[in-house]
Design a protein around this ligand. Structure first.
Ligand code: MN
Ligand code: MN
Length: 283
């Protein structure tokens, strides 16, 4: 019989037991406030991943040689608080088995569970939005409350690329986080900002979360809450390349793939970038 296959992230050919990286999808967009569709993100990212060569010239690695498993999509609860618990269970189990969880989203809500399970020293997020609301649409687990919930388990929070939030959220951000707005990334350059961040994270456990809308919506328009005047895919790649070696977990979330594939394509490339840079740093 011919070989048959399910849709896996490209080159994620290891068994879970052998894997050092466990990819899973969280196809959830239950708290979306503007445009729905992020539930289709994980599938779109996997499909986009099939386009790329296994060989990554910048690290001189073939991705298929890295022990990566794609363990599938979470069968998600409709209730935001339960969804967070589900993600925490899965991410905690992966980390408990000595592996690195890599999450494909889906709404940013998933990150709350992953951070709760992994207890990093530093949380670094690229996002157009501050996500610092205490509650949105009746739930504290909305995509608009992610960074606020992260504060409950992590003291050190770095936000890169922000350009949207109300006055109260910006006050909280200026007081309690290291905030690098999208304007400051443009003015100072991502390299300068990353060298500042690197001084802080050296030797510490970092969780890295990329909300797809950190990137300017004119470049990757498949977004639930699009914002212009944002970061570039190259900026995000610099963040991922620089911080992956320090990371205990990674997610790329808020891909709502009703564009021409740009958003999922960048997401798939960043997932590869994260894994390759983390792997080569450990060896
Ligand atoms: Mn977000
Ligand atoms: Mn956002």
């Amino acid at each position: 019989m011919n070989e048959l296959a399910h849709l896996y992230f490209a080159d994620a050919e290891a068994s879970y037991e052998d894997a050092h990286y466990a990819i899973f999808g969280v196809p959830y967009d239950g708290t979306t406030s503007f445009k729905p569709g992020a539930r289709f993100g994980p599938r779109a990212i996997r499909e986009a991943s099939l386009n790329f060569e296994s060989y990554d010239p910048s690290t001189d690695l073939d991705l298929y040689e890295i022990p990566i498993a794609d363990i599938g999509d979470l069968v998600v609860s409709k209730i935001p608080g339960d969804l967070v618990d589900q993600v925490a269970d899965v991410a905690g189990e992966i980390a408990g088995d000595g592996k690195i969880p890599v999450i494909l989203g889906g709404e940013h809500t998933a990150t709350i569970g992953a951070v709760r399970a992994l207890c990093p020293d530093v949380y670094v997020v690229c996002d157009a939005h501050l996500d610092l609301r205490d509650e949105l649409d009746g739930t504290p687990y909305s995509h608009g409350c992610v960074t606020r919930r992260v504060f409950e388990s992590v003291d050190d929070v770095v936000i890169i690329g922000a350009r949207s939030g109300d006055r109260e959220q910006f006050e909280i951000a200026r007081e309690r986080t290291r905030l690098y707005t999208a304007d400051s990334v443009r003015e100072r350059g991502i390299g300068v900002i990353l060298s500042e961040i690197l001084e802080e994270v050296e030797g510490r456990r970092v969780y890295l979360s990329i909300d797809a809308d950190a990137i300017d919506c004119c470049l990757t328009p498949g977004l639930g809450t699009p914002e212009p005047f944002g970061m570039t895919p190259l900026d995000i790649r610099e963040v991922v390349r620089t911080l992956a070696p320090h990371a205990v977990g990674f997610d790329y979330v808020e891909v709502a793939p009703f564009d021409s594939g740009q958003t999922a394509t960048v997401a798939a490339k960043m997932v590869r970038e994260f894994i390759a840079r983390h792997w080569i740093a450990e060896r």
